[in-house]
Design a protein around this ligand. Sequence first.
Ligand code: TYD
Length: 221
Amino acid sequence: MAGWFITMEGPDGSGKTTQIQLLKQELQKQGYEVLVTREPGGTSIGEQIRKVILDVNNVAMDPMTEAILYAAARAQHVKELIQPALEQNKIVLCDRFLDSSIAYQGVARGLGMDMVEGLNHYATGGLNPDITFFIDMDPVMGLQRKKNQAQLDRLEKETLDFHQKVYKGYLALWKKYPDRIHRISGDDQVESIHQQIMSKVKERIKRGLSYEYEINHGCHS
Ligand code: TYD
């Protein structure tokens, strides 16, 4: 498939959304067509599912129900928005994707990383990001930032222990997929984080293009 699929991950309050906007502006300046989207959500059906999942009144929601709802929103997202955009050679920047389900539902809710990964295989049809940035921030700091900004949703209202587990989940994912997941310290300044992300994206696109060139010109070993 053409296009590039880039995802941004990290604990709540790690600054992912700001970084996606900065990345989008820079890539557009360089002439790329960019689609920015987010999970859960991104489509009309997905946004409806998002409301159900994050509703603070839904305290009775079972972890499996939660995992399936995130996966359902993702299935719609991939088919309706992400895949078509990639087929049109766009760069898709997605605020959270499959890794969030593995960290939150797989590790923090205790469903297991493999189980959640397997479930989501059906939802994504096997689509994986080309590059994932993990903005590494202490969950206590992240939550503090969130509290100062907005009302907390059902997941953000979880205990600190839950958020520590989410964080451990991200560290485990980073270890498991070192080629795909790039860790960036969330303690750095916004502009410095942006520069680190930008240089990785440029390097990766350049590498991808030269790989395609080699294949097309028959000199790939
Ligand atoms: P998000 O809108 O990204 O929240 P924020 O902007 O505050 O980071 O995500 C909403 C919440 O949903 C967030 O707490 C993380 C959680 N989440 C999961 O538990 N599993 C998932 O698969 C996804 C995509 C998000």
